[in-house]
Design a protein. Structure first.
Length: 314
């Protein structure tokens, strides 16, 4: 294994440290086979953190990340810790990181909380593992699903979901406000199927089921809240070094007790990513750096705020 030494910073890195830069961290869906391998191979600090993560989790998640199949990586109890580990290690191996604000998409909030000093790596990883397992158990209690709705106004999607619940008692809610024209709904299989047909009839370009284990960010995750809440209460949370824009409130939060509450509410509440990015822009963010696997958030941010400068570090 080669030891890592700092290299000259590329121009975009220099620019981001001289601006109001928001660091953002991806959520479930950004995983890929081989994730984190280059960090492990070229950075001694990263390798030590991967080894620590394996010890904390009690299995060699690094092996699954580096060489596992897509199917293995899609298991919730693997996916969530894997994305968290990759994101945080990528952040910790940066030189002189000075974001002015942070945010994370769903699971990514835990990565963001390590970046802004609220959580220690080992504590956050334990919480992520507990969260993933609790969500997996909730998925097994009752069949449920999610679907992406494209090119239909948020208000119309919300209206259709409410009408279906009122008419059929099937649960279906707006779950992920990813960017203008891309909203994910979540709920019972029947409710989501009805919603997809009505969304297309209302003018949606597409309304397609997603390959997920269950209805995340919906009432179907209620059973996971007590377990996560207990774990969060038993975990030290420090005062943030800089604001985190949390999903359920889509605004800056600086109070540790409020951060805890929002993390629990996020299990059943919507990921208001569009609104969170808009709030960061309103508060002065000009550059957005996605830290972790993939480029999903970079694409979403450019659709939310076309003038943003976006970069990725993985």
């Amino acid at each position: 294994m080669q030891c890592w030494s700092p290299l000259p910073l590329p121009p975009f890195i220099i620019r981001l440290f001289m601006s109001n830069n928001a660091f953002v961290f991806p959520g479930q869906g950004s995983q890929f086979s081989g994730m984190g391998q280059s960090l492990y191979d070229n950075n001694a600090t990263a390798a030590a953190l991967f080894d620590q993560a394996n010890y904390i989790l009690g299995f060699r998640i690094s092996d699954i990340m580096f060489t596992g199949t897509a199917e293995a990586l899609q298991q919730t109890n693997v996916t969530q810790p894997a994305i968290f580990i990759h994101s945080v290690i990528a952040y910790k191996t940066l030189v002189d990181t000075t974001p002015t604000m942070v945010a994370g998409h769903s699971l990514g909030e835990f990565s963001a909380l390590v970046a802004n000093g609220v959580l220690q790596f080992e504590d956050a990883l334990k919480l992520v593992s507990i969260r993933a397992n609790a969500m997996q158990k909730a998925c097994l209690l009752q069949p449920s699903t999610m679907a992406a709705v494209l090119a239909l106004a948020d208000e119309k999607v919300e209206e259709i979901c409410k009408a279906i619940e009122a008419e059929t008692n099937e649960i279906v809610v707006a779950a992920n406000y990813n960017c203008p024209g891309q909203l994910v709904i979540s709920g019972s299989i029947e409710g989501v199927n009805i919603a997809c047909e009505r969304m297309k009839a209302a003018g949606a370009k597409r309304a397609l089921l997603l390959p997920v284990g269950g209805a995340f960010h919906s009432p179907f995750m209620n059973s996971a809240k007590a377990e996560l809440a207990a774990a969060i209460e038993a975990t030290p949370f420090a005062t943030p070094l800089f604001p985190i824009y949390q999903n359920v409130v889509a605004k800056a939060v600086n109070d540790a007790s409020t951060i805890k509450q929002n993390l629990v509410e996020q299990l059943t509440g919507a990921v208001r990513w569009t609104q969170s990015v808009q709030a960061m822009v309103a508060d002065g963010a000009t550059h957005f750096t996605e830290v972790g696997p993939g480029k999903v958030l970079q694409g979403l941010i450019q659709k939310i705020y076309k003038e943003a400068v976006v970069n990725g570090i993985n």
